[in-house]
Unconditional design. Structure first.
Ligand code: NAP
Length: 273
């Protein structure tokens, strides 16, 4: 007799791993933008555990330093840099700083972004909020790639991972439209880049997470709403930053060496429903 879905215990979310495995990132320089907290911090910690020298980035110097110190305390290698990614001059200064301190970037995780705007009717979005969403997500990703891709092409090697969202995978009244449009733009940019950069041995892929319980979301999403959200996921839990970090590690490592131009839904199956 088939099992009763209500009785099935779903596997627990993966915890931050501390193992180095065969398809690791030994001696690779990995810049993870927006790693001063949340998903980016988990990716930085995971990549460092896999042997990379990670560059922790954000705008909040204290938060950046806390993540860097945590990585070093766990035995990993990390540097730090601050820059506003919506300004190309700052992005270029960041690249020069990294190249001088630790060498050229082998892996870019263009993770920085997010949305401070509430969902609602499109005609109610202010011009300022629209531009802020596009800037913080699509433009920040574009400027990061614009700065780092030429070096990767020149060296004939590189991996880029961009960050979309389940908000961009289908129309969804619960997501702010400007944010969703910016993330959909990132998906198309990823595919275009994969086609352009592939001949230079640069792979470009994208991750589209559903709701991830970062510290911020834990605080901001009431438990009752979390429960409701869980019910919309065939895998009956919300994501963890470590879920996203594992997918990023796969896309950054040689385990995915013939994969480029895809969007990986790390979403508990919720894109099916
Ligand atoms: N959490 C989710 O449920 C979820 C779901 C789908 C997609 N995503 C995407 O995943 C990524 C990470 O999300 P998260 O929840 O971990 O976000 P978060 O906790 O809010 O952290 C955002 C990070 O991006 C940095 N950042 C934002 N704008 C920046 C800018 N203009 N210049 C430089 N740094 C900037 C922040 O730096 P400072 O704080 O130091 O300023 C911070 O490190 C985002 O692209 C987000 O859209 C998240």
């Amino acid at each position: 007799m088939p099992a009763d879905p209500q009785q099935i215990a779903h596997p627990r979310a993966p915890q931050a791993a501390r193992v180095t495995f065969v398809n690791g990132l030994q001696d690779q320089v990995a810049l993870i933008t927006g790693s001063s907290r949340g998903i980016g911090a988990a990716i930085a910690e995971r990549f460092a555990a896999a042997g990379a020298h990670v560059v922790v980035h954000g705008r909040d110097a204290q938060a950046i330093e806390a993540v860097r110190a945590r990585i070093e305390a766990a035995g990993g290698r990390a540097s730090s840099v601050a820059a506003d990614l919506t300004r190309f001059a700052e992005v270029e200064a960041m690249r020069h700083h990294i190249e001088a301190q630790v060498g050229p970037v082998d892996i870019l995780v263009a993770n920085a972004g997010g949305s401070g705007v509430r969902p609602g009717p499109i005609e109610d979005i202010t011009e300022e909020d629209w531009r802020a969403s596009i800037d913080a997500n699509l433009t920040a990703t574009f400027l990061s790639v614009k700065s780092l891709l030429p070096g990767m092409k020149e060296r004939g090697s590189g991996r880029i991972i961009t960050m979309s969202s389940a908000a961009a995978r289908r129309p969804n009244g619960a997501a702010p439209a400007a944010y969703a449009a910016a993330k959909a733009g990132i998906e198309l940019l990823t595919k275009d880049l994969a086609a352009q950069a592939g001949p230079f041995n640069v792979r470009v892929n994208c991750i589209a997470p559903e709701t991830v319980l970062t510290e911020r979301n834990q605080q901001q999403i009431p438990e009752a709403v979390q429960e409701e959200l869980r019910a919309h996921h065939p895998i009956r839990r919300l994501g963890t930053p470590e879920d996203i970090a594992e997918a990023a590690l796969f896309l950054a490592s040689d385990a995915s060496s013939w994969i480029s131009g895809i969007v990986v839904d790390v979403a508990g199956g919720s894109v099916l429903v």
